[in-house]
Design a protein around this ligand. Structure first.
Ligand SMILES: [Zn+2]
Length: 219
């Protein structure tokens, strides 16, 4: 058994069970979000070796130095230094690590706003964000539109329209949308908003993944 709360063999067995029960009505894919896979490469490899996964998100939840970036204590002044430290981690993640699509590019803004702090991005962090996006394009990795901030009453998903446009301008083509649901009722929330954003920036298709290979869907 692997350490930690997530047990991949049991997860994949439950996926198989669900496919047996609902496969005639639902397409059920085995997805995975790896946190900081560039820093925990061997553990990520161990998890992915357990079975067949369809889709792997790679995400940053910690600033560089591995300071937890989603707890209230992180958001102390000067905030710009904290946000910069988070985006440095995103740059490192985008440049390395085994994943298909980078999740919630600017998660830091969601948690800042959740705790009542201002977020001044993306412009002050453009160099870092664009460096990360360029790495994704060069490595053939994708970007996620994550709608979770919208159901917290926030004005935009992760990433912002501006950062999504930067990705497109840099040649980014691989785009997925996700609701980051932690509860069944949130599955698929606000996907229409994400679709509208994608179309506004010029995307004409989304990527879906099966066995970690892209299957394009027109939008
Ligand atoms: Zn995450």
């Amino acid at each position: 058994m692997l350490p930690g709360h997530f047990q991949p063999a049991e997860y994949l067995a439950e996926i198989e069970d669900c496919r047996a029960r609902f496969g005639d009505r639902l397409t059920i894919r085995a997805g995975m979000e790896l946190g900081e896979p560039h820093l925990f490469a061997s553990r990520a490899r161990d998890v992915l070796a357990v079975g067949t996964f369809d889709f792997v998100l790679g995400s940053a939840h910690y600033a560089d130095g591995l300071e937890c970036a989603w707890k209230p204590a992180f958001f102390r002044p000067p905030l710009r230094e904290r946000y910069t430290a988070y985006f440095r981690q995103v740059v490192a993640l985008a440049a390395a690590g085994d994943f298909d699509v980078l999740g919630h590019l600017d998660l830091i803004k969601r948690d800042a706003r959740k705790f009542g702090h201002p977020y001044d991005g993306p412009a002050p962090y453009a160099d870092l964000i664009r460096t990360a996006l360029r790495s994704l394009v060069e490595r053939g990795k994708g970007l996620e539109i994550n709608t979770s901030p919208l159901r917290m009453g926030q004005p935009e998903p992760c990433p912002s329209l501006t950062a999504l446009r930067w990705y497109r301008e840099l040649g980014g083509e691989i785009l997925t949308i996700g609701s980051d649901a932690h509860f069944p009722a949130d599955v698929g929330a606000d996907l229409e908003t994400a679709l509208d954003m994608a179309r506004e920036v010029g995307f004409t298709r989304l990527a879906t993944f099966e066995r970690r290979q892209i299957d394009w869907r027109p939008i």
